[in-house]
Design a protein around this ligand. Structure first.
Ligand code: AMP
Length: 218
């Protein structure tokens, strides 16, 4: 299915989890600037190390850097549609995405907003574990991962992200409220926005998202 979808929402709203389910179920390519930047950091590249200085304090990486990553990815992999997990995060990024899509004579099909309460965010972030190698995300309360923090898919180490610390989370939430939430009215204007209650379990949320994709993207 050829569709162009962006997933928006606060840290811990389930964007990564839902992006993974969408790509598996609908065979749409997915990318996440956060995951690209963590990989670059682990490889020790100048981009990765510079971005990590910003991310570990809870800030957003400059728009120009992120838009370039996305444009390069779109040129290589975006012909058959995409799901973006964590992009755009500012109105400037959303405007630049529209310009890139216009150049390709295409447009966005869906902007899915995963709405979660602050309590959900805090609970999920406090228990989140992520595979350092493949990015699989889970919770310390699931399936014995507290005792044996090993990824069930690639045997990589399950660790806590350095920006999931409670004091950094506060900055991330402020960045989200001031820079990302204005996207709500941006996408409402062109009728692309759909709000989904992200406080529920992942399969219930995904059932709503699947129905939306099937209905909107023919
Ligand atoms: P995520 O994995 O989506 O939570 O992203 C982790 C970190 O990467 C964020 O806290 C930002 O520092 C950076 N980042 C990811 N996506 C973006 C974006 N669209 N704009 C700016 N910074 C981003």
């Amino acid at each position: 299915m050829k569709s162009r979808i962006v997933l928006l929402g606060a840290p811990g709203s389930g964007k990564g989890t839902q992006a993974e389910l969408i790509t598996r179920h609908f065979a749409i390519s997915v990318t996440s600037p956060g995951a690209i930047l963590r990989r670059e950091r682990d490889l020790g590249t100048p981009l990765g190390l510079e971005a990590d200085e910003v991310s570990k304090q809870g800030g957003l990486v400059p728009d120009d850097i992120i838009v370039r990553l996305i444009e390069d990815w779109l040129n290589l992999h975006g012909k058959e549609g995409f799901v973006f997990d964590g992009f755009p995060r500012t109105v400037t990024q959303a405007e630049r995405l529209n310009e890139i899509l216009q150049k390709q004579a295409s447009s966005l099909d869906l902007a899915i907003w995963l709405e979660v309460s602050e309590e959900t965010v805090r609970d999920r972030i406090a228990s989140r574990l992520q595979c350092r190698r493949c990015g699989f995300t889970t919770s310390v309360t699931s399936a014995g991962f507290a005792e044996r923090p090993i990824c069930p898919y690639c045997d990589g180490p399950l660790i806590r992200r350095n920006d999931d610390d409670a004091s950094v989370l506060q900055t991330r939430l402020t960045e989200y409220k001031t820079k990302t939430e204005p996207l709500l009215s941006f996408y409402e204007k062109d009728d692309a926005l759909h709000r989904i209650d992200g406080n529920r379990d992942r399969d219930t949320v995904f059932a709503d998202i699947s129905a939306l994709i099937e209905e909107r993207v023919k």
